[in-house]
Design a protein around this ligand. Structure first.
Ligand SMILES: Nc1ncnc2c1ncn2[C@@H]1O[C@H](COP(=O)(O)OP(=O)(O)O)[C@@H](O)[C@H]1O
Ligand SMILES: [Mg+2]
Length: 331
């Protein structure tokens, strides 16, 4: 386990927030005397990711994981808070530094079919970032590098003459990984990269990602709703609920001594290989509507231990000396 050291963090996120304006058009609002409506999708989260580490975000669908990924990759602008990448405040860097930094982080999405241009051959798909960043202007050199990248993800250089539809789901995700690696990034944001794949293929792709991490010294933000995948893949884990982090800690701490009642609820629902007959407790209740989050602790309507305080006051994430942080009044 790597030491937890914020001073050397590659990514540092402080009080990150985003509100989406989902108001009706102006005229409708005026006629119906309605106010503007916002979804507060990410409601002030803090974490840091150290070089070479895999930090995972987990939580049920709709809790804001993809939104965090998009904020970090610059696809959305935060409504509040800060993102530091390699010590640079991303809201303040000049254009030139931003262009330099852009090479260092890349994103891998859940659905490789949607993210790979179906009309392009693999050579162009993987070669495009090289061209875009002006890394290898020479076509022959670029081709050679594309071949290298394909071999790195377990495909063959002959695959560069094919189109995305000629590959299986797992192979397509390997192509996405090769493309993401083209600009020699340090940081990969992986949003449910294997969730659309069969279990056996999932394992292959995750293994390749692990191998590449070790070989190239990559840092991962890994996003998943699957606790068992997260337990195998992560160094540290953050549990998200309704746009906030409720627990953050080393993977062993989180899986062996979960503290937050929501983490425990997710944990109880994991099928276990050792205890085939183990009674699985399904996750109960529903995620509240983010348009109208519950008062106090957002989890209190589903929490077995909720007290009066929980419905009135919002707990904050409190860190113990080992870096394990929980936001719950009853822990
Ligand atoms: N572009 C957007 N406009 C409005 N609401 C959005 C947008 N993107 C996400 N949301 C809302 O933000 C919340 C979090 O979504 P998301 O980040 O996709 O969750 P997850 O990836 O954890 O399933 C959801 O309630 C979703 O409806
Ligand atoms: Mg998502």
């Amino acid at each position: 386990m790597r030491p937890h050291d914020m001073r050397n963090a590659l990514i540092e996120v402080q009080d990150l927030q985003i509100k989406f304006d989902i108001s009706a058009p102006l005229l409708t609002r005026l006629l119906q005397k309605k106010k503007k409506t916002y979804v507060h999708a990410v409601r002030g989260i803090d974490f840091e990711i150290n070089p070479g580490e895999t930090f995972s975000l987990v939580g049920e669908s709709g809790c804001g994981k993809s939104t965090v990924a998009r904020l970090l990759s610059g696809l959305y602008e935060p409504s509040g808070g800060r993102i530091h990448f390699k010590g640079h405040d991303m809201a303040k860097v000049d254009k030139r530094t931003m262009k330099e930094l852009r090479k260092s982080f890349q994103m891998i999405f859940q659905d490789p079919f949607a993210s790979l241009n179906p009309r392009w051959k693999v050579e162009r798909i993987i070669g495009e970032p090289l061209e875009l960043f002006g890394l290898l202007p020479d076509k022959q050199e670029r081709k050679q590098r594309v071949g290298e990248l394909l071999r790195q993800v377990g495909l063959s250089e002959n695959d560069m003459t094919k189109f995305p539809h000629e590959f299986s789901g797992g192979q397509r995700q390997r192509i996405s990984i090769a493309r993401a690696l083209a600009s020699e990034p340090e940081f990969l944001i992986c949003d449910e990269p294997t969730s659309a794949l069969d279990v056996s293929v999932q394992a292959q792709v995750l293994n390749i990602m692990k191998e590449l991490q070790e070989k190239l010294g990559l840092t991962y933000l890994f996003i998943s709703h699957d606790m068992s995948v997260v337990s195998h893949f992560s160094d540290r884990v953050g549990i998200m609920y309704l746009g906030q982090l409720v627990e953050v800690g080393n993977v062993d701490e989180i899986f062996e001594q979960p503290k937050h009642p929501y983490t425990k609820m997710l944990m109880d629902a994991i099928p276990s290989m050792d205890e085939i007959n183990k009674e699985r407790t399904p996750v109960t209740g529903e995620v509240p509507n983010p348009l109208n989050p519950p008062s106090g602790c957002a989890f209190h309507p589903r929490c077995p231990n909720a007290t009066a305080q929980c419905s009135q006051e919002a707990p904050v994430l409190v860190k113990n000396t080992s870096g394990h942080a929980v936001s719950c009044f009853n822990v």
